[in-house]
Design a protein around this ligand. Sequence first.
Ligand code: HPA
Length: 235
Amino acid sequence: MSIHIAAQKGEIAKTVLLPGDPLRAKYVADHFLSDVRLVSQTRNAFYFTGSYKGKELTVGASGMGCPSIGIYSYELFTEYEAETIIRIGTCGAYTTELQLFDLVNVDHACSESSFALHAWGIEQDRIPHQGPAFSRINETAALLGKSLKTCHIHSSDMFYRKDSGTPPVAQKHHCLAVEMEAFALFANALQLGKNAATLLTVSDVIPTHEKISADQREKSLLPMMELALEAGIRM
Ligand code: HPA
């Protein structure tokens, strides 16, 4: 057991899919994995380990924001010897270069967050995906005929804020979209020599106010889940 995950050593697979929402982790486990075991439910952050096409995978919740994914990814990498974490989540597009339902594989996460600096002395405000997971996702998308975009994204510490424009760090690095976790995941993987990627579905387009509706949400995330699972078994 680690502080925030109750699984025993050996109950977490080498590759972990990490949505923010515990119920999304449960959805992936219920719909895609066989021989599933619930290996942790500390704080209702469910972690399930099971089999996808004969390969062992774990899916669990990161929670929201850099501090939360910073905790879970660190414990998965260090206490459970996970080698690869693929975050699966949603993002808001800053520009109409991206459209609702687009799938994005994150090239670099850019942030004004002090997480990387204060955790590891990493001074840059732009951290790339780590290891071969990003390429494996691109190759898998090509194999499955799924269209996938790659770009830099902004990992924001704020969901709500006063100004509605694109924040300076996102402008500086030409980030096409915003989410809240990839920067800390990539920082931890960089520090620990592990593999990390982030796969996102565009759930809203900020300038046009378009949003995936509540009833579209479940179905709209299936292509991302499928791609993450297919890439996950190829790590
Ligand atoms: N901001 C931050 N995270 C998000 C957003 C957003 O607008 N949309 C989806 N995840």
